[in-house]
Design a protein around this ligand. Structure first.
Ligand code: ATP
Length: 513
């Protein structure tokens, strides 16, 4: 199965098993908006709690807040979103499809990189153990030709981005012969800027109503509450404020399922620090966030840093943590050193003094900020795309299994009586359910053969299935079956809680951080 096919199968699986549905589906859906079903919302909540607890419980100097989606419109002027939260868009006149000009160029550069990597792989195969990659990259004529092409386009792209030169974006697209994947033509409109914020109006009469925006990021809710939290929490620098909440962006090209949505959720943490210490803290948070990801056991090789070459004018360091999605390595989280840009601008625009009095040095200053910002939905996609596996079993049958990290799995344990019309078996299974449900999200399942029930649980990623049979009534034991190995063991009912807990308890994940 190609990665493309795998992605389509995954999207269908998410719908079939109650993880993610297209929004408003009975009205033919709403572009780039998705609803989480009964399994998806459990998974999402578990991801949020892993993040929230890692931030606020494991760090005594990080506290959490919950600010509103609606905010004073001046906030978005101060943050720069009204003036500059734009994407360069371009339309193909033949297909009438709209694209982001920067994405078209970046995809083109990505294809050149792929070609180079293929050449390198060929070289490695040909020369075997004696292969010297560095030398090969420096001398192979095919690699050098592609690299020169990449450098030229990349330099032009970076210069255009820096100068905000929209005409040059179009020139690059035309010069590189980038065509629309639908029409196959190079018949492009000019490139225009498009503001990504959604607006609505607040107030009951049309004269009294004012335009307000749906927040495009949660971070500003943290900045404008900096003084409140610092004072009421008697926080001393360095300290952080964490928040999980919805954000809205009118994305031009909203593709790739829940990777790019118009309504999505972010988990952001702003870490306030003394100016001059930001590069140290940036390095620490980079490492800290990577550890949080790798700790889930989805393979360190599936993550990489992508340091930003071009920094926003207020930032002095920025990196993306990229994940190996079915469509390649793409941004999952951003770690940014934002200086005092946001607090400084809010001070200017609001006229309120936003400073920190440092009791150690007896001076007041505007704190600097390191931000970590991750999309909940992208994290859900990372977990699901990594987890989805189609396996052929020893007996020739196949199964679809979601190997979701156990503490994140929506259902932790399924309890099944061997037969549904045997009162005693059903009674004991219900009793076990009633006992376990206070510790774990459990599902009771009595329909179909045990084999079919196992498959159903595999397909939603349940780490354990517990079967109650006739012997259980006399020996007080049940069969517990593990999702990954499919191994079945006979264990005492009284041991169930501790066996399950060992694997699924979120605290074990947190302890490893
Ligand atoms: P991209 O370059 O992919 O548009 P970004 O750099 O604009 O992302 P940030 O503004 O840094 O993203 O937002 C922080 C995080 O929020 C991202 O790393 C991503 O996980 C998530 N995110 C941003 N936009 C979306 C979206 N449209 N849908 C889902 N998640 C998103």
């Amino acid at each position: 199965m190609t990665q493309d096919e795998l992605f389509k199968v995954l999207v269908a699986h998410c719908k079939e098993y109650g993880f993610i549905f297209p929004s408003s589906e009975i009205y033919d859906g709403l572009a780039a908006v998705y609803d989480y079903g009964q399994m998806g919302s459990e998974l999402k909540n578990n991801i949020k709690s892993y993040w929230w607890n890692a931030m606020t419980r494991l760090n005594e100097n990080i506290v959490g807040i919950d600010s509103c989606i609606f905010m004073h419109p001046r906030i978005w002027e101060a943050s720069g979103h009204v003036g500059a939260f734009n994407d360069p868009l371009i339309d193909n006149k033949d297909s009438k499809k709209r694209y982001r000009a920067d994405v078209l160029i970046e995809d083109y550069l990505g294809k050149i990189e792929e070609k180079i990597n293929k050449e390198v792989a060929k070289g490695r195969k040909k020369f075997g153990d004696s292969f010297n990659e560095e030398q090969f990259r420096a001398t192979n004529p095919n690699v050098l030709r592609e690299k020169a092409k990449w450098d030229t386009v990349h330099d032009r792209y970076v210069a255009a981005e820096k100068a905000n030169d929209l005409a040059e974006y179009k020139n690059i697209i035309v010069d590189c012969g980038i065509v629309c994947p639908i029409s196959g033509t190079c018949n492009w409109t000019d490139v225009r800027q498009f503001n990504l914020m959604f607006s609505t109006s607040m107030g009951s009469t049309s004269e009294g109503a004012s335009t307000i925006y749906l927040r495009p990021e949660t971070a500003q809710g943290i900045f404008v509450n900096y003084l409140n939290v610092q004072k009421t929490g008697r926080m001393k620098l360095p300290f952080g404020i964490a928040q999980i909440g919805k954000a809205f962006r009118n994305e031009i090209v909203a593709r790739q399922f829940i990777f790019r949505m118009r309504e999505f959720e972010q988990m952001e943490m702003q870490f306030f620090i003394k100016p001059g210490t930001e590069l140290d803290w940036f390095a620490k948070w980079k490492e800290n966030r990577m550890k949080w990801h790798v700790n889930l056991g989805m393979g360190a090789e599936n993550y990489r840093f992508h340091d930003h070459e071009k920094l926003a004018h207020y930032a002095n360091a920025a990196t993306d943590i990229e994940f190996n999605f079915p469509f390649g390595f793409k941004e999952l989280e951003g770690v940014h050193s934002r200086t005092d840009f946001d607090l400084g601008n809010h001070q200017k625009f609001s006229g309120k003094k936003i400073q920190y009095f440092d009791p150690e040095t007896n001076e007041s200053y505007g704190p600097y900020v390191i931000e970590t910002s991750i999309g909940v939905d992208r994290m859900v996609l990372a977990v699901l795309s990594h987890a989805y596996k189609e396996e052929t079993l020893e007996n020739g049958e196949s199964r679809v299994v979601l190997s979701i990290p156990a503490p994140l799995a929506p259902v932790k344990c399924a309890v099944m009586p061997l037969l549904k019309n045997n009162e005693e078996l059903v009674g004991l299974a219900q009793k076990i359910m009633d006992d376990l449900k206070f510790d774990f999200n459990c599902q009771y399942d009595e329909k179909d053969s045990i084999g079919k029930r196992y498959r159903r649980q595999d397909a939603i990623g349940t780490p354990f299935c517990v079967t109650v049979d006739h012997e259980s009534l006399t020996d007080g034991c049940v069969t517990i079956r593990a999702r990954g190995t499919m191994e079945q063991k006979r264990v005492a009912i009284s041991e169930l809680r501790s066996i399950i807990d060992k694997q699924v308890n979120m605290n074990n994940l947190l302890r490893n951080l």
